[in-house]
Ligand binder design. Structure first.
Ligand SMILES: [Mg+2]
Length: 251
């Protein structure tokens, strides 16, 4: 991962349900796989530590039988972009703030959607760190996980090299996410943006992980801009400060 020296801040972002409105993997599972009820049951088991994200996700995707190229077309027809992302991305390029997509989804799907929803510049410029896919000659497919972890893609691994930089060269690190696929990254950055009403908030509340709630990328845009320009602080942006510090001192 190449990042220019003297970068002041970086944003790592989940893709599905964070940059997009619909989670593409949930959307396929719910509509052309085994359905929402079973999917939510598996999400619950992951949140309760009774199943790994990797095993639950494999089961969900196995229930989707559509050939891979058709899955991409299906998602291009149904998945929408967060209403604030395009403006945020434009600002991030002007401000020299790198945006890196860290996803448990599959790279070819993200790349196709990014091209369609944000444009060729974004698709050529934004680094995508994600799982991959093995498409067989008949169009059937299997997800190929990025690592051996129970997450399939342990998102903390691409953040840590930046988090561990010496203070004088370490950028401010932000993360934005919404769900169970973000549990592996939730504690790694200086400020976590968690989407309102989603599983990641449930997890942060329970574990006492500090976060700032967002409704759309407009909120993330405003907050990061204010912090980078020195008008607000990271500490001031944390919503569950009392609970987070109480739980932290308890451990
Ligand atoms: Mg997500």
């Amino acid at each position: 991962m190449l990042v220019a020296p003297n970068v002041k801040a970086m944003l790592f972002t989940d893709w599905d349900g964070t940059v997009t409105i619909q989670d593409s993997n949930d959307y396929m599972t719910d509509n052309i796989g085994f359905g929402e009820e079973r999917r939510k049951e598996l999400n619950r088991l992951v949140l309760e530590d009774k199943m790994t994200f990797r095993d639950s996700f494999t089961e969900m995707l196995k229930s989707v039988k559509k050939p891979f190229p058709e899955c991409i077309e299906y998602l291009k027809a149904h998945v929408e972009l967060d209403p604030g992302f395009a403006d945020f991305y434009k600002w991030s390029v002007e401000a020299g703030l790198p945006v890196i997509i860290v996803s448990s989804g599959m790279k070819p799907i993200i790349h196709a959607l990014l091209t369609k929803l944000v444009g060729q510049h974004a698709a050529d410029s934004i680094e995508i760190v994600a799982n991959d896919v093995d498409v067989h000659p008949d169009g059937s497919w299997d997800i190929v996980y990025r690592d051996e972890s129970g997450f399939g893609h342990d998102k903390s691994r691409c953040i840590k090299p930046f988090a561990e930089l010496p203070d004088e060269s370490r950028p401010m690190l932000f993360y934005a996410g919404d769900g169970v696929s973000d549990l592996s990254a939730a504690k790694e950055t200086d400020l976590l943006f968690a989407k309102v009403g989603r599983d990641l908030i449930t997890y942060c509340e329970r574990e006492g992980i500090p976060y700032h709630v967002f409704h759309s990328y407009k909120d993330i845009h405003e907050k990061i801009k204010a912090i980078v320009e020195g008008k607000e602080t990271i500490a001031g942006a944390i919503e569950n400060k009392d609970k987070a510090s109480a739980l932290a001192s308890h451990h």
